[in-house]
Ligand binder design. Sequence first.
Ligand code: ADP
Ligand code: MG
Length: 728
Amino acid sequence: MVGLDSKLSGAVGGRTAAMLHRALGVETVADLLGIYPRRYAHRGEPTPLDSVPEGEVVTIVGTVVSVSSRGFKNRRGSVQTVVIGDGRSEMSATFFNQPWRVEALPRGARGMFSGKVTRFRGEMQLTHPEIRIFGDGDDDVPDPAVDVERAKRWAQQPLPIYPATASVPTWKVADSIAHALDVLELDEGDDPIPEDVRAAHGLLPYAEALEKLHRPAVDNDWRRARDTLRYHEAFVLQAALLQQKALSAQSHTIPRRAADGGYADRLDAELPFELTADQSLVGAEIAFDLARETPMNRLVQGEVGSGKTLVAVRAMAAVADSGGQSALLAPTEVLAAQHLRSIVRTLGPELSAELMPTLLTGQLSAAERRKAMLRIVSGQAKIVVGTHALLSDRVEFFDLGLVVVDEQHRFGVEQRETLRAKGKTPPHLLVMTATPIPRTVAMTVFGDLDISTITQLPAGRQGIDTFVVPLAERPDWINNVWRRAREEIAAGRQVFVVCPAISAKDIEEGDDVDDEATDAASRPPRANVVELYESLSRNPVLDGVRIGMLHGRMSSEEKDAAMGAFGRRELDLLVATTVIEVGVDVPNASVMIVLDAELFGVSQLHQLRGRVGRGGEPGLCLLVTRAPRDSFARDRVEAVAGTLDGFELAQIDLELRREGDVLGARQSGGRSSLRLLRVATDGELIGQARSDAASVVDADPTLAAHPALRRALERRLDEQERQFLSKG
Ligand code: ADP
Ligand code: MG
């Protein structure tokens, strides 16, 4: 009997299974059926040939316009040329030494042609396409003269088009799936969705949904199937997250309470300011969590400068009161060092001497590292700050009670788990993020965490004014930008200038510059750090201004030196890439100038803006753009200038960005490989699935009474594990 978890070889035969495994990484029947069609074609309606992208493997439904064969002049062999048409355009495909093609491809025959689109002598063509002529092989072509209705149905039947690879054309995938569906035995009990939930939402039974998605008779079939499977995806995902949450709530850990008159109390007493109401509230939530015997799993989100670091340090002091250690994991060396400095500053000299905040990064010398590790394993260091070096096997804690992760989206879940495994009992977890997370993303990516939000900024913040500098209409305004920078510097303040590229040739690696925002061909050269640094150094307006630069291709020492000099006010103006985006804290910097601002994401611009206006001076952010008025790119820049509300911008960003950016491995830690779900548009569905899944998981956390759902969760984990393994 073939079930969802059967090996593919049992369903489609060993050779096909091996081929599918090689090309698509699938192992089981469930994996294969989980390859969803990218779209559906119709025999009657050809794919527009004029829109096929160069360089990609595509599948075209079209008609053979002509076919010819000729020999070469100077060497042996022959070449066959097939011209495929869709009534409007034509494209040719070339074969070598396959004269039989002339017979096999009669003029007027319709079929699918699958291959890579390349350009040859200026013309687009399909290279060595795989061809299936309709009516070929087991396709049974009805004769309209015999049965009009059947012929019509045949023409209208949607043909699933699967993501093709060069070695496995879409119909091979379709054939294999058809084989698997033919032998698969599913009954009611295999449906991961409980009966009542299915009825409440009018979902198809699982088996029927799979059948109709892969073998629809009419378009409406796959639409309903897709809706059902989209709900499945949301439900299984939420059940997984909620189960994780429920299981973690069952695990035991050591409660960490602040002692009367202990470190936490002393820290509070020494603060030179009042906590904001949000800081107190979130602090109380954390204190409550820490005092429990189940590990805390909490995400704190708050704008840059909202005082999250202080919230974390208060939690660390409370953990130290109970004898425990805290580890803060930062995404980069620069940020780790900066966190350490600000923790030391926040604690003051006395508490610092007692809690011994200790840095552990890859850059330490062997001797420094040994010293740091000794302090950590002995329990002397109550606070440890580091990069991924903290994850190394050799780092051992005396009693790790709290893990704080800064800027979650730069870490994978695995890394977070590695650090957590260093506690003798599971440590409490606090995740801090300055990127406001729209509710649906939070539910999808952080669905196993409790969420606290800090919305208030500390009193006395001066605010930030943002202006768009529209060079498309006012090219000369760039001079005003430098004059304005000069004025601020003359008044004793400092200026950041951010460019999208490092040098004239390339872009900062791994940064989020959005290539689709502008048309590549018509794009003027991007502002870049190296050239701008040189031209600003020669600009008479900035005569006497001390200028530095910072970008990802400098060595760590050079970067630290530049950041350090800027922090000590030995530089007035820093030309940089987005390396300064995350958490760099220079209170005296009051101006942020972003060049070619339209090339950055909405949230990223907001983050950059958050770098200024952190001291007593109001911040100024100038978004310089060459995008013309009313263009899409310009609208995004205007949106950032239009509001300081990070949540509103995060929502705009979510709607504008490609899904992958929102849930890409970097942000989601690989936890969500969504197929049919779209967080930007399926918020309501995700919320519904979450509450449905909660009723099931709350009543039955181990899913003992829901074996099919339990299997679906296991399958998901297997798949993630495989993805994770294949990454390494
Ligand atoms: P975040 O980590 O959220 O970006 P920080 O914790 O670094 O913010 O705080 C930014 C600055 O504001 C720090 O210099 C910090 O000392 C200060 N700060 C934090 N909380 C308050 C408060 N309640 N009142 C005044 N200043 C505060
Ligand atoms: Mg911070």
